[in-house]
Design a protein around this ligand. Structure first.
Ligand code: SF4
Length: 394
């Protein structure tokens, strides 16, 4: 087994490789392989895997890609991620990609899918609608048709007709992946000093760039390492991060939050990798139905889901309670409508429930966080000075 530091360094390399070298090498190794890029938040990667493809998350250029051409496609008062994705596409970082999926979450992503189509980037471009109707016989069927549509696109490229067995095998691999990621979060809830949130971020993000089999091997080793009593506890409060599900903060900001006196014990960075809570049935005769049911019945709260019967503010409060967190940091990308529209809903509920929080906005390419670090530091100090009873959500 490799040592922990070695594994983390590898993940760091993979997570921020804007040339997607691992994916390209994987594709070149065998005839008929396809790469399908997808944007946040969530996409059922299992179906691409079953069809002989590699799903690769596109999180934008962060603070590592200068925007020159991308700005020409968007007005100034929207978030940053679509510009950096355009820049990556126009600079041919993704020229080996066969297709692109744009999950429905906001108008920005919808428009980006239109620009990709107009610019003829990739062999197919799909704007993928997720159901907002949570009845299996309505929203569920619709979602299965959307997945079928993606499989047809891939079949046109590699001729593969997916079987029930292949789909169930892929579901099983991603179940294992989610189980190990949750294990890491569970360990960190009790012993957050064993692995920093920066390391967790690199490990999970690397998994969105490589085959799931490879990521599962990495996760298995990480789990083994952090089961041991490593690291030294520090005097920090425990917090949750909410709102950073799409455009990602620069890694320096992710790190700065823990340096400012907080252990981040849960977050919605790269939410797609943790979107389904628990396992998806990997024995079903209709695996697409199983995936669809998991989305309808087991998905995490998110700004992309309107589920009036299961209010997200109480779901987040439940996570605060379960993780024994001292407070919440609402971190939203600037101009991110889904996140910023949800923020007052969360904050109103938290005022009533007595959950402490702060809020700030960031942009993926901004790497000056002095003010945010001071704000987070003051938040952590105020919690330490005026400790409250643990949150209990009724
Ligand atoms: S950051 Fe927000 S507004 Fe921008 S593309 Fe993502 S969800 Fe849409």
């Amino acid at each position: 087994m490799k040592n922990l530091n070695e594994i983390i360094q590898e993940c760091k390399q993979i997570a921020f490789d804007l040339n997607f070298t691992k994916a390209h090498t994987w594709k070149d190794a065998k005839e008929g392989r396809v790469i399908v890029g997808y944007m946040p938040i969530y996409f059922p990667r299992e179906i691409i895997h079953a069809a002989g493809g590699l799903p690769v998350a596109i999180f934008g250029g962060g603070d590592r890609k200068q925007i020159i051409k991308g700005d020409a496609y968007y007005q100034s008062y929207i978030c940053h991620i679509p510009r950096s994705i355009m820049e990556l596409a126009l600079d041919k970082h993704m020229e080996h990609f066969d297709g692109f999926i744009f999950p429905s979450i906001c108008d920005v992503i919808r428009n980006l899918s239109g620009i990709f189509k107009q610019q003829k980037i990739g062999k197919f471009v799909k704007y993928m609608d997720f159901p907002q109707n949570f009845l299996p016989q309505i929203g569920g069927i619709f979602y299965q048709q959307e997945m079928q549509h993606v499989l047809e696109y891939i079949k046109e490229i590699n001729g593969i007709e997916v079987t029930t067995e292949q789909l169930n095998h892929s579901i099983d691999l991603y179940n294992k992946n989610r189980q190990m990621i949750e294990f890491i979060y569970d360990i960190r809830q009790e012993y957050p000093w064993r692995l920093s949130i920066e390391d967790v971020y690199h490990i999970i993000r690397a998994g969105t760039q490589i085959p799931v089999e490879e990521h599962n091997e990495i996760l298995a080793q990480i789990c083994e390492h952090i089961e041991k009593n490593i690291g030294t506890p520090q005097d920090k409060v425990k917090v949750l991060i909410s709102g950073a599900f799409c455009e990602q903060p620069a890694i320096g900001l992710i790190k700065a939050i823990e340096e400012a006196g907080c252990y981040v014990v849960d977050d919605d960075y790269m939410l797609g990798s943790r979107m389904i809570i628990g396992d998806i049935d990997a024995t079903s005769k209709n695996p697409l139905e199983a995936i669809s049911n998991s989305y309808i019945q087991q998905s995490q709260y998110s700004s992309s889901i309107y589920d009036v019967h299961n209010p997200k503010e109480y779901r987040l409060a439940k996570i605060v309670e379960r993780r024994k967190a001292d407070g919440v940091i609402f971190a939203s990308a600037s101009f991110c409508d889904p996140s910023l529209l949800d923020a007052p809903i969360f904050q109103n509920a938290f005022n009533k429930l007595g959950i402490r929080y702060i809020a700030f906005q960031y942009s993926e390419n901004i790497n000056q966080y002095k003010v945010i670090k001071e704000q987070v530091g003051a938040f952590s100090d105020s919690i330490k000075l005026w400790e409250d009873e643990p949150v209990v959500v009724k």
